[in-house]
Design a protein around this ligand. Sequence first.
Ligand SMILES: Cc1cc2nc3c(=O)[nH]c(=O)nc-3n(C[C@H](O)[C@H](O)[C@H](O)COP(=O)(O)OP(=O)(O)OC[C@H]3O[C@@H](n4cnc5c(N)ncnc54)[C@H](O)[C@@H]3O)c2cc1C
Length: 415
Amino acid sequence: MKHLIIGAGAAGISAAHRIVKEKPQDRVTIVSEDREVYSRCMIHKFIGGERDAASINFINDDLLANKNVEWISGVTLTRLDGAAKAVYAGDKLIATGDTILIATGSVSVTPPIGELKTAKNAFGLRHLSDARSIAEGAKKAERIAVIGAGLVGLDAVYGILEQAEKLGRKPQITVIEMAPTALAINLDAHAAEAYQRLFEARGVTFHLGSKVIDTKGDGAGNITSVELEGGTSVPCDLVIMAVGVRPAAAFLEGSGVELTERRAVKVNDYLETSLPGIYAAGDVAGLSGIWPNAQKQGEYAAYNMTGTRWAYDDRFAIKNTVNFFGLLSLSLGAINPQEGDEVLIKEDRNNYRKLILRGGVPAGVILQGEIGGSGFWLQLIKDKIPVSGLGKSPWKVSYADFYGLETNGEYKWVV
Ligand SMILES: Cc1cc2nc3c(=O)[nH]c(=O)nc-3n(C[C@H](O)[C@H](O)[C@H](O)COP(=O)(O)OP(=O)(O)OC[C@H]3O[C@@H](n4cnc5c(N)ncnc54)[C@H](O)[C@@H]3O)c2cc1C
């Protein structure tokens, strides 16, 4: 049997590992635009010079040296023939498979504003090639505008600050964000402000609640300033765009693979697409946008591709970790309360903890500083287990409050 995996990221590589384990005699072809295997979560460390490409490679075994595994790298597929299970770059047939896994991740969104789409000095941050361009540009840039203060935008700023420190430079970095806080989809305002202060202490300026409406250029293809609603002009010689991603599914047009309203690949519980034998996993499937889930989906898809039916039932995707300058945060579920929710906050000099209770059931938790116990909170939130009525503060609740013993001595969940 021949398996074709499109993408050498978290989902694709984890699927390849699983196929090789399950069916060592089967053949696996991986096709990727990437010429290197690397963790996207670490590309800011590449910008900062903390890591090189080899040290962000996340394959720690001889997968790609396996005689049944072929990796075709540096090829951008432009078409999938769903009926023939074949993929093409232009007119050139690249590979076929008895089963196919689509694991192409996401692409950075470029807002259709001013010259952002065409400028020579404006980059997204998704691929190692983007990180290389940003690292090069930042070495010379005096003024850098970062559009978007989410995790990717702040990753870019962090990498640039690291690089600047090493080079003894002090570029002026301005972050522009439409939302009223940084990290608005990861953390609440209080926890996000802690990061904003850490960046500000290193000279970074934030324009929150601000919208980019235009750019000005030098007439030679470079942006020289980013214009904000209200008249503020942010001069710059490097622009980083971090305003979001969309599934990398454009090459599937005409393939017969159905997409969702959000243009992600539509999958069933077995991660199979609308075409039998063709699966999707990771960001492109739109079930979540984080690394561990992409890996897990790749593994589950691989089980299904090799004949073991395995339903992917972990649709809980609302978890975020943030770590800048040694300050760790984790959020699970709801970040901000809805009307009628109870909010419990515990804070000291080094820690911030917030729990949102919806009808006595944890709906969300934010842990900043010390993030221990997150597995416990995840289970309570996912399984909707009430913590009110146990006669103690929800902060004092632990596994011991829920576990009993089976007659054979095994632990059982009793709530
Ligand atoms: C800067 C940054 C920081 C991040 N930080 C975190 C974090 O801290 N924690 C976390 O959990 N997640 C983080 N993420 C998200 C995480 O990296 C993604 O969720 C994860 O990489 C998704 O894995 P994937 O396999 O679906 O796609 P990807 O890892 O994006 O891999 C996609 C693969 O498909 C290939 N490909 C795409 N299109 C084509 C095509 N047409 N033809 C051929 N090959 C193609 C690409 O070359 C690549 O090999 C971060 C992402 C970025 C960009």
